[in-house]
Write a protein that binds this ligand. Structure first.
Ligand code: ZN
Length: 248
């Protein structure tokens, strides 16, 4: 692992010549243009490198990162990146990717003071406050994970309501927004199943996503309650099996 700036340059030269040796013309082709299908909106956290996690090469993913993967309605940086990706590069998928163990989310959850970034993280505190009642019902150790996912859901909607996306969908451009969460602890991406392609009402998708997050991170039911739920499920399955057998 490199430790000095000289090491970084040495590593870079080695990488460049290895690429050219193994795939002659790689950089010549890259110069011509980039045609990524994907745009990644993620956290700046050094443990969440978009290309490495997804196995995508230079030229295959257009990346925008900031602290805690936030898309603010008036953030010209994020909006310009999204516009460039959608209108110029014609990406087909935009993934908003949060990650568990995000210190920005943790600070927002606790209301911890960091400094200037508090004003940025205030957007996540808004998400926290909107779902305060639900978060309070969750086990304390699950709250940061739940808020990480709620933040992803919120930012997916923020991308979806941007003029860039509204205009893209109004001219029938096929672009789909996805909500994902990355596990620093296991290296795996979870699809939060909040997928927006401009055809379904956002409110319904958002509510369903929040419900899933609530159930996912909520306390497991007490044994008696779990048995009752199981009995209801069995009765329903038996009824459906009976109906199917009767052809109704
Ligand atoms: Zn983070």
């Amino acid at each position: 692992m490199p430790h000095s700036l000289d090491d970084l340059f040495a590593h870079n030269r080695a990488w460049s010549s290895q690429m050219e040796r193994e795939r002659p013309g790689f950089f010549t082709n890259l110069v011509k243009q980039q045609t990524p299908k994907y745009m990644w909106i993620g956290c700046s956290d050094s443990r969440v490198p978009a290309n490495q996690i997804t196995g995508l090469e230079p030229g295959e993913v257009f990346v925008h990162r900031n602290v805690a993967n936030i898309v603010v309605h008036s953030d010209l940086n994020a909006l310009s990146a999204i516009q460039f990706a959608v209108e110029r590069l014609k990406v087909e998928h935009i993934m908003v990717v949060g990650h568990y163990g995000c210190s920005g989310v943790q600070a927002a959850l606790e209301g911890a003071r960091i400094g200037l970034a508090d004003n940025w993280l205030r957007h996540i505190q808004d998400v926290r406050d909107r779902h305060r009642v639900m978060l309070d019902t969750l086990p304390p150790e699950a709250r940061a994970n739940a808020l990480c996912e709620l933040n992803v859901a919120e930012q997916v909607i923020n991308v979806a309501v941007s003029t860039v996306m509204v205009d893209a969908w109004s001219r029938d451009q096929k672009v789909t927004i996805h909500g994902w969460a990355f596990g620093v602890h296991d290296g795996l991406i979870q699809d939060l199943a909040l997928t927006v392609d401009g055809t379904k009402p956002l409110e319904n998708l958002y509510r369903a996503a929040v419900q899933r997050i609530r159930y996912k991170w909520g306390k497991p039911p007490e044994p008696a309650a779990a048995a009752a739920i199981e009995a209801v499920k069995e009765a329903r399955d038996a009824k459906e099996a009976g109906e199917a057998a009767n052809g109704s």
